[in-house]
Every structure is written in structure tokens, then in C-alpha cells.
Design a protein around this ligand. Structure first.
Ligand code: PLP
Length: 290
């Protein structure tokens, strides 16, 4: 009897396959050039969270790299839900990727190529209580990535190197500064608090428009916490009372050490604690609605 695969179920170009059996040709432009875009959609108790916003950002990324979306939003939606149903785990992170497909190696776009569509789902755990109550440590660096950080591109070498720098320093993330201003972190957006005021860099070509950042900003606005969307200097980050990271899998996390120095009092601050609670309430409400 052939051994039954215990590998999670993935989706590749129209077929559901065990992840460890999914194969792409080596000439796929995603492999050769990193010529593709992706999304990571969290799912709680079987329901995708902010799927519409993730699919909207996918469309923007595809438009930016001049790749026709191979599916409608309704088709993506059905596929994401099927993926969640086929995989284990109460909470999951659905990863989807579209590349420009297989073609003879040439930098210019091929005249004809069929996009490669890949999807997988991994069990996801929300940040541990300890991480939420203690906060995390971050390193910092000059942002030396390209100037289209708004595209959620699979060409992630710049981010990979930044995240590795954090890992080597025993930190969760590297917070980056470009020309003396805050951009974002290796795989998260960054917000800062001075007193009772929250500030976040505006969405432009220097940062990924984070879906979680949007939720946090909506929550901050609704709670009537003073909010500024503006450029933030490196000095303002280093003197902040609170620094927060946001991402789909990290949700909202307090940074309590930056480059080995305490941020504010060195513990998650009062504004963070309030917004964290509101974020969890928001999630619960959305999930209850299904
Ligand atoms: N910025 C970068 C560079 C990222 O890689 C990510 C997420 O992976 C984010 C920001 C946060 O985006 P989201 O909240 O949609 O996960």
C-alpha cells in the first residue's frame, strides 16, 4: 500500500496537491527573477480575515508589475476558503503567489506565458501572551531596499537580509530608516506613540500598505486617539514612548527594546494595551459575523 501523504494540501495551477509533491519548472520567472507577487491572509477559526483588502492589494501589486490577474475576486475567495477547509489548524496563514510563469530566460516580459498560481496554508498561532505582555526587541538599519516597497513582490532579498540581521541580534525585526525617516520593518509596519498621540508613516512607494496597519488605524480613529499620518524622523522613533509593529501574523505588538535600549518605560505602554484590546475585540466581532 502506498504511504498516505501527511503533507498539507497546496494548490498549484488548478490542482490541489500535497505540498511536498508540488513542483514548478526551473524556468518559472518566479524562481529565475523573483518576478511575482504574493499575499498572506490570516484565517481565524476557519474564516479569512480582511480577505477583500488582501485581494485588493494583490490587484495593486499585479497592476504594478503589469501582470493580468489570473482570477476574479470571487474565484480567489472560493479558492482561499477551500484551502482553509482542506488544511488543519484552527487558525491558519494562507499564502498565495502569482508569478509571470515559465519562459525562456530573458529579463523582458515573454510575449506569451501563463501565470503560475500557487497557494498553501500553514497553521498559525497568534503571538504568545508573553510576547504581547513583555513586548519584543528590534534592531535598526538604513533602509537600502528598492523604491517600490509598496509592491508585495516575491523579490524579498532586501527584507530577508534585514530579518536575518534581526535574528542575528536576537531580535524579532529590523526597523528601517531611509534618509533619516522611518519607513517600516523587515516584515511589518511600524507606528510610534508620543504621549497620547499615535503617528504612522503615510502609505507611499517606501512602505507596504499593511492590511493590519489599516485595521489599527481604523481602531485608533474610532477610539478618538489622536493620530498623525506623516513622515517620522529617526529621532522621533528613538525618543518615542511606544513603538508598535503590525502585520497579519503578528497582529499588533509592542517594541520594548530598540538596539538594546528600552523604549519608553521598557514595557508595553498604555496606548498599546488599549489598542491591543480593541484589536482583539474587532477580530472577535468580525469573526462572529463570519
Ligand atoms: N511591511 C512588510 C515589508 C511586510 O512584509 C509586511 C507583511 O508581511 C507588512 C509590512 C505588513 O503587512 P500586513 O499587515 O498586510 O501583513
Amino acid at each position: 500500500m502506498p504511504k498516505q501523504s501527511t503533507s498539507p494540501t497546496a494548490y498549484l495551477n488548478g490542482r490541489f496537491v500535497p505540498l511536498d509533491e508540488a513542483r514548478i519548472p526551473v524556468l518559472d520567472r518566479g524562481f529565475i527573477f523573483g518576478d511575482g507577487v504574493y499575499e498572506v491572509i490570516p484565517a481565524y477559526s476557519g474564516y479569512p480575515f480582511r480577505m477583500e483588502q488582501h485581494l485588493k492589494r494583490l490587484q495593486s501589486s499585479l497592476d504594478a508589475i503589469k501582470l493580468v490577474n489570473p482570477m476574479t475576486s470571487a474565484q480567489w475567495g472560493r479558492l482561499v476558503k477551500r484551502m482553509i477547509a482542506l488544511n488543519a489548524g484552527k487558525d491558519q496563514a494562507v499564502y498565495l503567489q502569482v508569478t509571470r510563469g515559465v519562459a525562456k530566460r530573458d529579463h523582458a516580459f515573454p510575449a506569451e506565458a501563463t501565470p503560475t498560481v500557487f497557494m498553501m496554508s500553514n497553521p498559525m498561532s497568534v503571538p504568545a501572551r508573553e510576547l504581547v505582555t513583555r513586548g519584543c526587541a528590534c534592531a535598526s538599519a538604513t533602509d537600502n531596499r528598492w523604491l517600490r516597497c509598496d509592491i508585495k513582490s516575491t523579490s524579498l532579498l532586501g527584507n530577508v537580509l534585514m530579518r536575518q540581521r534581526a535574528a542575528e541580534a536576537g531580535c524579532l525585526e529590523t526597523i528601517m530608516f531611509r534618509d533619516g525617516f522611518l519607513s517600516e520593518a523587515s516584515s511589518s509596519n511600524v507606528l510610534v506613540v508620543h504621549g497620547k498621540t499615535v503617528a504612522a508613516p503615510p502609505n507611499n512607494h517606501l512602505v507596504l500598505p499593511g492590511t493590519t496597519n489599516d485595521v489599527v488605524i481604523e481602531i485608533v480613529r474610532k477610539a478618538r486617539i489622536p493620530l498623525q499620518l506623516r513622515e517620522i524622523t529617526e529621532d522621533e522613533v528613538r525618543s518615542a514612548d511606544e513603538i508598535w509593529l503590525t502585520s497579519a501574523t503578528k497582529e499588533v505588538l509592542a517594541v520594548t527594546r530598540l538596539d538594546g535600549k528600552a523604549v519608553g518605560a521598557g514595557t508595553p505602554g498604555p496606548v498599546f494595551r488599549r489598542v491591543y484590546k480593541l484589536y482583539q475585540n474587532f477580530k472577535r466581532t468580525v469573526m462572529r459575523r463570519g
